[in-house]
Design a protein around this ligand. Sequence first.
Ligand SMILES: [Fe+2]
Ligand SMILES: [Fe+2]
Length: 173
Amino acid sequence: MKSINEIYRESFYLENTEDGRAFLAIVRPLLHHPAVHILSTYRHHMSTDRLQHVTSVAYLAYHICREQGLAVEEVCHAALLHDLFYFDSERGDAPRFPWVRHPVIAWENARELYPFTEVGRDIICHHMWPLTLHLPRTREGRIVSWADKYCAMREFFRGFQKPSYIRRKDTRP
Ligand SMILES: [Fe+2]
Ligand SMILES: [Fe+2]
């Protein structure tokens, strides 16, 4: 099994690996949907954009779920849409307490794009535990919540390391 670091880095070059291409085969239609693709225009966690963030989270969750023998298709789609919201603190249009409110907003948007079951709802609505106090009830939900935190930490940390002129040009680690 690859290391988490290796998987995270691969998520920036998905076309280059067999696993990356297998993942893309699952999520490509949704990835190119205009409602999802526009996430690339939102900066996220200082050093990356929202589309790259959700892609990294989904790719990590894909590996872990596959390793644990869980069905990956719904996990990949839910993880890809877990931050499907269109406001930004930097643009000044975010509601109050965005870190608490965005999971439900993302769910309302995501359910329009994919026929999720309870697993998908759990993944999206509860990914911000413990900030939202709603513990994910499914294994898939806990995996995506963990993957989200791992990626967020990497992204925040890198944001402090890279000067802003590099951040604007290149979101890769
Ligand atoms: Fe989130
Ligand atoms: Fe996230």
